[in-house]
Write a protein of this length. Structure first.
Length: 260
């Protein structure tokens, strides 16, 4: 079983890519929307949430856990890997492909404050962005728009323009989506930054997740019987989660609540 968790519905952008390449797998998705957004929360608090959620998912049979949240990855991925024995897959801003592909040698990175403060982001920037100007912008209000299902142009354009406008004005020809919520605003971002290519890391993360899962199964010779199921768990209101998940998943959906 593939488990994913995020502060809210954003991680469904990774789930969407996984379903494309592994539609017969069993999935369980945890939305911690009662505590969303994670972006400004202290590292210790995010780690506590990540630890509790991961334990719950593993207890329900997860073979692999995708930390489908850039902020939680930055705060907790190493911590989780030390605490548990199953594989954990994290998110990483796609600075490398953006830097390599950029013709202007100016790229924009749209992320949360928590992601920008993390060592993973800093190390990635130092390693791959040499000779490239990186314009960093916190996506203020964007997570909340997605969580409320307000992803249309008319509702989101003003907030998106405020975030990406400075990037395009400075010549950025690549914009990296450094939060799993942001792909749900990709069409709006494209309209607000028509001359920039949008880099979404979700497809690469999905591919890597499946590779790690299959390698583990080969090593253990333990291909489990798959039923193609989806379980959704949320710590708060699940209405947007269910609607967005059903737009991705054709089969039956089992819904649980984890109200604390």
């Amino acid at each position: 079983m593939i488990a994913l968790f995020d502060s809210g519905v954003g991680g469904l952008s990774v789930f969407k890519e996984l379903v494309k390449i592994a539609p017969d797998e069993d999935y369980i998705y945890y939305s911690d929307n009662a505590n969303c957004p994670y972006g400004e929360k202290p590292v210790g608090e995010i780690r506590e949430r990540a630890l509790r959620i991961s334990g719950l998912l593993i207890g329900k049979g997860a073979d692999i856990v995708v930390v489908a949240c850039n902020t939680a990855t930055a705060a907790a991925i190493d911590f989780l890997r030390k605490k548990f024995t199953i594989p954990f897959i994290g998110m990483e801003p796609a600075i490398k492909p953006a830097a390599l592909e950029s013709e202007s040698k100016i790229i924009g990175v749209l992320a949360t404050a928590g992601t920008f403060k993390g060592e993973l982001y800093k190390n990635t920037s130092v390693k791959y962005a040499k000779g490239v100007t990186v314009i960093e912008r916190v996506g203020k209000g964007l997570v909340e728009l997605v969580e409320n299902g307000r992803t249309g142009y008319d509702e989101a354009a003003a907030a998106v323009k405020e975030c990406v406008g400075p990037m395009t004005e400075m010549g950025a020809d690549r914009i990296v989506l450094g939060c799993t919520h942001y792909p749900f605003l990709e069409e709006v971002i494209k309209k607000c930054a028509p001359n920039a290519k949008i880099i979404n890391p979700a497809p690469a993360v999905a591919k890597h997740t499946l590779e790690v899962l299959q390698a583990g199964r080969r090593d253990k010779n333990a291909e489990r019987r798959k039923t193609g199921s989806l379980t959704l768990i949320s710590s708060g209101d699940n209405s947007v989660l269910i609607r967005m998940a059903k737009a991705i998943w054709d089969g039956p959906v089992h819904v649980e609540s984890d109200i604390q």
